[in-house]
Design a protein. Structure first.
Length: 240
């Protein structure tokens, strides 16, 4: 009976060790969110957004973007060269040709990361009204007045991959988890002969993920079980 009781106590120690490791490695952690995607756009009512579009002397060019939030925020559009169309929402170029502008514009923003958007909806459509006048002496310009209402995206990304952006060593950042963020687009003004980047921002981003047990922790657990088993055998022999 004494041997059986000791074996139960030894097994109990092993269970406790397993529970401690599971708790220390399976706790939820709040992460920043890695964001990536692209834009398309078009001019006119009921238009079909594409990689580029032109109306009169105004041209839209699409863009791609990617980046990780900091404190739940990520700016999109602060590119020193707006015509390069990377990490902004595309660009608009206005010629110096005389024209009067009064046309709708549609911008579609599609997110490729994170993945697993609720309802499968990973894109947002923002409409704008473009108004303005360019005169023959290259004066004037246009104003792009967007609907600036933030749109909420919720996701549950089960595809765990390393964050492609360099992170602090302590971050342990992955691209999986469940969370949400808000996205909105800003108004812009353009001078004749200029190119301006379309800008927006991610706000309120948060992602909760569970850490995975590391090999070192599993090795520690295995070593502990071996030690418990060895101690059990030693005590049983001592009682024979």
């Amino acid at each position: 009976m004494g041997r059986l009781s000791f074996l139960f106590r030894s097994a109990g120690i092993g269970v406790v060790m397993l529970a401690v490791i599971a708790l220390s490695n399976g706790t939820a952690r709040a992460d920043e969110v890695f964001i990536a995607g692209n834009t398309t756009g078009c001019f006119g009512a009921a238009c079909a957004p594409g990689m580029s579009a032109t109306t009169l002397g105004l041209t839209f060019s699409n863009s791609t973007f990617s980046g990780t939030t900091a404190a739940g925020f990520r700016a999109l559009g602060g590119n020193a060269n707006p015509g390069s169309n990377f990490n902004n929402l595309g660009s608009l170029s206005l010629s110096t040709a005389p024209n009067i502008y009064n046309t709708p514009f549609t911008l579609v923003v599609t997110f490729s990361a994170p993945q697993g958007f609720n309802g499968g909806v990973n894109s947002a459509t923002f409409t704008a009204t473009i108004t303005g006048t360019v005169r023959s002496d290259n004066t004037g310009g246009v104003f792009v007045d967007f609907n600036n209402t933030p749109i909420l995206f919720a996701f549950n990304d089960n595809n765990c991959e390393p964050n492609p952006e360099a992170q602090p060593p302590s971050a342990g950042q992955t691209t999986c988890g469940h969370g949400s963020f808000n996205f909105s687009v800003n108004d812009v003004s353009i001078d004749p002969g200029q190119t301006v980047a379309l800008t927006g921002q991610i706000t309120g981003a948060q992602q909760t993920s569970s850490t995975v047990p590391e090999p070192a922790s599993m090795l520690l657990f295995g070593t502990g079980l071996v030690g418990v088993a060895g101690l059990a055998r030693k005590r049983m022999r001592g009682r024979d």
